[in-house]
Ligand binder design. Structure first.
Ligand code: ADP
Ligand code: TYD
Length: 203
């Protein structure tokens, strides 16, 4: 089963993944956790380029790099794990590409992005996606004085369009569960667990 977590930076994805991962492990369920971009040596190198490159990256180059990192992770790790019956938790997947590169950056037309996402994901579709919904200012406050990476330095306008993107995608896709990310982390965790149980997972 593939479960993805989406939302802007600082929405609490890592926190929820950590909690759910721990709960699944203590129920002796096989679980693997990855973050995007990353999770394989090639994908981690691409991550470094995307997030910490000092030089300009063209918007189309950017979307292709995120997609390349994803393709490597899916082909190299995720497909096998899913075949073995593992529960895979992913910190971001292609909904981030649609929201950030599609809505935030207007890199390509949405139809082309949909097509590219399918290719990069080798046709894998998440069984369940949690969208942790939070406003720009509140997420900024949470991240505090942390040094911003290349994407995080893209400005308020960009983030507002990205949030709008996540909102629109979640209205279209039934697999996406929208959670109010401003609630306390343990409350959100309980909602996550409740939903996961609906898939017959005894967590
Ligand atoms: P993301 O992975 O989406 O960037 P994190 O899980 O790293 O987000 O959380 C960003 C910051 O917000 C961290 O300092 C974390 O402790 C805090 N945080 C996470 N969830 C909540 C919550 N529900 N309420 C308040 N603060 C939270
Ligand atoms: P990361 O540190 O993993 O995110 P977070 O701060 O939420 O923990 O950084 C990944 C960054 O890359 C984040 O700003 C979102 C962005 N991103 C895209 O723009 N497109 C994508 O397809 C993906 C997977 C991430």
């Amino acid at each position: 089963m593939l479960i993805t977590f989406e939302g802007i930076d600082g929405s609490g994805k890592s926190t929820q993944i950590e909690h759910l991962g721990r709960a699944l492990k203590s129920a002796s369920l096989p679980v693997s956790i990855f973050r995007e971009p990353g999770g394989t040596p090639v994908s981690e190198k691409i991550r470094e380029l995307l997030l910490h490159s000092a030089t300009e990256i063209d918007p189309v180059t950017e979307i292709l790099l995120f997609s390349a990192a994803r393709s490597q992770l899916v082909a190299g790790r995720i497909m096998n794990l899913l075949k073995q019956g593992e529960i895979v938790l992913l910190d971001r997947f292609y909904d981030s590409t649609t929201a950030y590169q599609g809505f935030g950056r207007n890199s390509l037309q949405l139809n082309d992005i949909r097509h590219l996402n399918r290719i990069a994901a080798h046709n894998i579709v998440p069984d369940l996606t949690f969208y942790l919904r939070i406003g720009y200012e509140e997420a900024e406050l949470r991240l505090g004085e942390r040094v911003k990476d290349r994407m995080e330095g893209s400005g308020k306008e960009f983030y507002l369009k990205t949030i709008l993107g996540f909102d629109e995608i979640s209205e279209r896709e039934e697999r996406i569960v929208v959670l109010d990310a401003t609630r306390p982390a343990d409350e959100i965790h309980r909602a996550v667990v409740e939903k996961v149980r609906e898939f017959g997972i005894s967590v």
